[in-house]
Each structure stands twice: as C-alpha cells, then as structure tokens.
Design a protein around this ligand. Structure first.
Ligand code: HEM
Length: 435
C-alpha cells in the first residue's frame, strides 16, 4: 500500500483495520516509520489471532503500546493502561465492585438516571440520541459507582475526557512527534483537560472521605484497598487516577451502544415493536435487574448493536517476547492492533454482515459460533471489568425508553468517529412519540 493510504488507515483505525486486512490478510504487518522511530505494527483480524492476543495470560503480550504509554503519561496509571504485574493486584481489588451480584444493587440508580433524561421528553419533539444517551450513562455511572447525585453538572466531564484521550492516541500513532516537554497547543489543551478530570476525581474522593457512609462503591473500595506487600492504603491522587479511567471507560462506551441501538430501532419498526411487546409484558412499574431474564430480545438487540458498532472497535498491545499470533511468528517489540470491528463485520464469518438482525443472537443461532469472533467486551484476563454493569444499564435503559416512547430515526445514517472509542461524529436526530 502507498504510505499515505497506510497512514490514513491507521488514523481512522475503526475502519482502517478492514483496509489493512484486505490489503494483507488477517495478520498483517506494516510500518509507518523506521523501527528506531516507531515499532512495526501488526493488525490482527481473525478469531484465532484475536484469541492469541487478548487471551494471553502473561506479560509476553502486554499493555505497553504507545497508546497506553501516552495515556498513562497524561492521565496517570490506572487499571486500563498498567502492564501485567502492576495490573494483577489492582484488578483483584476492583473486581468485587463489578460482579453480576454487586451491580444488581445499582438497578435503582440506573432507573433514576433514565427517568431523569426521558422525563424531559415531550410528545413530537426532536432529540439527539447521542446527547441523550451520554447524559443517561454519565448520570447512571456517577450515581451508581462514584456516589454523585444525578444532576447535569457532571455531564461536562465527557468533553475533557475525550480531548485528553484523543490527544494521547493521536500522538501514539504519529510517526513524527514533538518531544514531551515541548508545550505545543495540542499538548496544553490535553493537559488542561486532564487537570479538569483530576480536579473532579479528587472532589469525589474528598467527598467520600468526609462521608464514609456515602454510597459510592468504587470509591469506597479504593479507599479501603491496601498494597498487598506494604499494607499501605492508596493516596487520594492514586485513587483519582483510577476514577478518571472509570469515568471514561464507563461512559462513552455504554452511551454509544445505547444510542446506536436506539437509532437502529428507530429505523426498523418491526424490531422496535418486538422490544415494545416484550417490555409491555412486564407491567408499568420501574424495571429492575430482576426483569432482565425476561428481556431476552432486548438483550439480543444490544448484542447486535455492539456487533455492528463495537465501542471498543480496536485495541492495542505490545509483544515483549517473540510470540505466535494466528499462525505467524511476531517478534518482540511489535505493536499489535486487534480489529474487533473487522471481526464483527467479516463476511466470511457472518452472513449479510451489515444487516441489523438481533436474531443472530438467539441461543440456537449462537450455538457453535467461535467465541473469538464476537468480542465487544474483549476477552481473556484483561476483559472489560464493567461488562455486567454496562449490560445491565443498557438493557434497563433501552427497555424503559421503548416502553415510554416510539423512536423514529430521522437520518438514514450518521457519521462515526473514533477519537479512541467509537462515538457518533455528529448528531443522531430522532422524533419522539410518547406512548
Ligand atoms: C458497552 C459498554 C462497554 C464496552 C463495549 C466496553 C469494552 C471494553 C473492552 C473491549 C475492554 C478491553 C480492552 C482491551 O483488551 O484492551 C474494556 C476494558 C475495560 N473496561 Fe469496558 N466497556 C464497556 C463499559 C465499561 C464500563 C461501564 C466500565 C466501568 C464502569 C468499564 C471499564 C473498563 C475498564 C476499567 C477496563 C480495563 C480492564 C482491565 O484491563 O483490567 N467498561 N472495556
């Protein structure tokens, strides 16, 4: 491929992994610069390759890619970016907050967050599904795990988060970049954004220290955590490091799943009617986690939304030793990019891959499918710690919204952007008809 095309594919990495796969196959090596300037890249887009990379259970394939290093430099170490040895005790500490059982306790907060957003909708009005889904997820996350009241003041954290993360990502995939100490305008903006996030995270920690009874499970868990070797508790700054990534990882991702699912429902009336019928059978009361087993079709809609529009469209790792991926030997010091969206839309794995069809996820249709061809939440040890929370939130939100209103999507399409996770690159207009 000509250099310019390679660079463009790398920069729009959600669609770029298809371009690179079509040019070179499911495990494709390419370079953007000489090795001393930037490591060679290998794009992985086959289920077997996906498994080899993300199910790795040691540090031979680790989170030390340019993307994670740049993020760490800007917003501090956290569960998402730290390498294997540092990661293990952190994950052990945080996992209990996010088990299926623990997140069920957040059902009421999720319902309140959904009500606070949809309660403002008027019959016949036009809304931007992206904006509404973002408000909802920020309030649900804030209230459930961070102990914030579901008010709009924290909606404003989304922008600084995106600004900081997209700066880190664009630096990581630039073959030529200014040294870290050069105060470029982009760097100043990113640092300002990171400072806003840190201040907000520190406010949350201090509020919880001042009131130990405040319902903020993630923060309380971090306050109680002790270093397994020294027995020392975490300092406020270290707790803030973690909270920042949870605000990011728990917000944009779930919002994209909800807004994309609603948009598809708004243009597939028959599918929307099936969801509405399913929810109507549950009566008029507030939906709770106990209702989820009877929302099977709604869950299928979400799964199909995350197949076509996986919020974590790509992921990255670095090889620290020579390893085998998808039948190829990959030398140490290579940056691996897994193309989740490419696997989800691969025409050799899915029939009519671009058609929105929730029936792909019935129990029957899912039988025999390769575990590694559908990976919206990743897999292996570093899978998404928030998966149960995200699925609970998105299922209850989708069902509550469709019970309240008919959605009519006004656009045949909407632009996607991938500053890091996959997000709407513009409004997703829809007309609301209250039921
Ligand atoms: C639909 C919503 C979500 C999707 C699609 C999603 C997707 C993912 C994926 C693919 C990974 C693995 C990344 C990798 O292998 O490099 C991941 C990791 C992670 N996610 Fe999620 N996520 C979602 C929601 C959430 C929520 C709600 C939270 C927290 C409240 C969260 C917190 C995290 C964290 C902290 C990690 C890093 C885990 C580790 O390395 O131990 N995510 N997520």
């Amino acid at each position: 491929m000509p250099y310019k095309e390679r660079l463009a594919a790398c920069r729009s990495f959600h669609t770029g992994t298809d371009v690179l796969r079509d040019a070179g196959g499911p495990v494709t090596r390419f370079a953007l610069a000489p090795r001393w300037l930037m490591p060679p890249l290998v794009v992985v887009t086959s289920p077997q390759g996906m498994r080899d990379v993300i199910a790795c259970r040691d540090s031979s394939i680790d989170k030390t890619s340019g993307v994670t290093l740049e993020m760490r430099r800007l917003i501090g170490p956290n569960l998402f970016v730290v390498p294997w040895e540092e990661w293990k005790p952190r994950r052990r500490t945080l996992q209990p907050v996010f088990t299926k059982q623990s997140v069920n306790a957040f059902g009421g907060h999720i319902a309140a967050a959904t009500a606070s957003v949809c309660g403002a909708w008027r019959d016949g009005s036009e809304v931007d599904l992206d904006v509404e889904a973002r408000k909802l997820t920020m309030r649900a996350l804030g209230h459930s795990v961070l102990g914030l009241e579901p008010t709009s003041e924290h909606d404003s954290l989304a922008e600084p988060m995106r600004a900081a993360v997209s700066y880190a990502v664009s630096r990581a995939i630039s073959p030529v970049r200014a040294p870290h100490w050069v105060p470029t305008p982009g760097r100043r903006r990113a640092r300002r954004a990171a400072a806003v996030l840190r201040a907000a995270a520190l406010d949350i920690v201090r509020a919880c220290r001042a009131d130990p009874n405040r319902s903020a499970p993630l923060v309380q868990q971090l306050i109680a955590a002790k270093d397994p070797d020294t027995g020392k508790p975490l300092a406020d700054n270290e707790i803030a490091d973690e909270l920042i990534i949870f605000i990011f990882a728990g917000h944009d991702t779930t919002a994209t799943s909800i807004s994309y699912a609603l948009w598809q429902l708004g243009r597939n009336r028959d599918i929307q009617d099936r969801v509405a019928t399913e929810v109507a059978q549950l009566g008029d009361g507030e939906l709770t986690p106990g209702d989820v087993p009877r929302l099977g079709y709604t869950v299928q809609v979400l799964k199909e939304a995350m197949r076509l529009c996986p919020p974590g469209a790509t992921g990255s790792r670095t090889t620290t030793r020579d390893v085998e991926v998808g039948g190829y030997r990959i030398p140490a010091g290579t940056m691996l990019v897994v193309g989740r969206m490419s696997v989800h839309r691969d025409p050799t794995l899915w029939s009519e891959p671009l058609r929105f069809d929730p029936d792909r996820f019935t129990e029957e249709a899912s039988k025999g499918r390769d575990r590694w061809q559908y990976v919206p939440f990743g897999g292996g040890p570093r899978n998404c710690v928030g998966e149960h929370f995200a699925m609970l939130e998105a299922t209850l939100a989708l069902a509550t919204i469709i019970r309240l209103a008919e959605i009519d999507s006004l656009g045949e399409d909407f632009p996607m952007a991938a500053p890091f996770t996959l997000v709407a690159g513009g409004p997703i207009p829809a007309r609301i008809k209250l039921r």
